[in-house]
Write a protein that binds this ligand. Structure first.
Ligand code: HEM
Ligand code: MG
Length: 231
């Protein structure tokens, strides 16, 4: 049907965001991943994940800065380093070390193997994963960027995978759902996932983001903590 999962073809645009790639793979965004406007993003986020516009608008607008088109972007444009894309990602390499766009199982293994002995990921494990991923970048990437802004974006992304794949109030998500989301960029509907009945918005994401940031401690900026456009 209209929103069944289809793998992208060779000419379809995909980027560093598993959330948007998944929406394109299910036809909530254009399956070719191109000519995406702000309103297209807001509608797709609501229909696919029950994310309210208030929490997507800023990211969508900043995403436009990566495009040479006046009002639209392609998913691959979002790889522009230092706009939204950052180092110490959960599932992609740092741009200075390799491919910052495509899913990488070695990078993802830190998240995949987190919270051992449990069937779920949660706020505590998400914070620990962020700490471990940053430690890896600090060790291996002499070019690493690590600022207040990148920390904020990283914690927002962690809150997003817990929220869209799990309970957006508790911040608890089944491991198999999160793994399918990252590895296959697919909604795990056959496995029992359902779109959240609770809207995902500032009231749910903001406190979760703060708790994840706290759980990723200790943290300090690296080098010049240059304020970004988001702060
Ligand atoms: C990264 C989820 C919307 C742009 C990520 C990551 C997650 C995520 C979990 C982290 C990937 C990783 O660390 O490997 C979502 C969800 C969304 C959404 C569930 C809901 C619709 C957006 C929007 C934009 C955006 C609206 C901008 C137009 C990005 C970019 C990255 C990213 C550029 C790469 C950051 C990096 O890891 O370097 N997203 N996102 N996302 N997202 Fe999204
Ligand atoms: Mg990255």
């Amino acid at each position: 049907d209209q929103h069944s999962w289809q793998a992208p073809g060779p000419n379809d645009s995909r980027g560093p965001c598993p959330g948007l790639n998944t929406l394109a793979n299910h036809g909530f965004l254009p399956r070719d991943g191109r000519n995406i406007s702000i309103s297209t993003i807001l509608k797709a986020g609501y229909e696919g994940y029950h994310i309210e516009a208030e929490i997507l608008t800023l990211a969508a607008k900043v995403g436009l800065l990566t495009s040479d088109q006046p009002t639209t972007f392609a998913l691959n444009d979002l790889k522009a380093h230092g706009v939204i894309e950052h180092d110490a990602s959960l599932s992609r390499q740092d741009v200075a070390l390799g491919d910052n766009v495509r899913f990488n199982e070695t990078i993802f293994s830190t998240l995949a193997n987190s919270n051992p002995g449990s069937d779920v990921y949660n706020i505590t494990s998400a914070g620990q994963v962020q700490h471990a991923r940053l430690a890896d970048s600090l060790k291996n990437n002499p070019n690493v960027t690590n600022t207040d802004t990148t920390l904020f974006i990283r914690s927002a992304e962690s809150a997003f995978y817990l929220s869209v794949m799990g309970d957006p109030v508790q911040g608890v998500a089944p491991k198999n759902f999160v793994q399918i989301f990252f590895r296959e960029e697919r909604l795990p509907i056959e496995e029992g996932w359902k779109r959240s009945s609770v809207p995902i918005n500032i009231a749910t994401v903001s406190p979760m983001l703060d708790l994840i940031t706290a759980a990723s401690a200790p943290w300090e900026p690296t080098g010049n903590n240059c304020p970004g456009i988001l702060t």
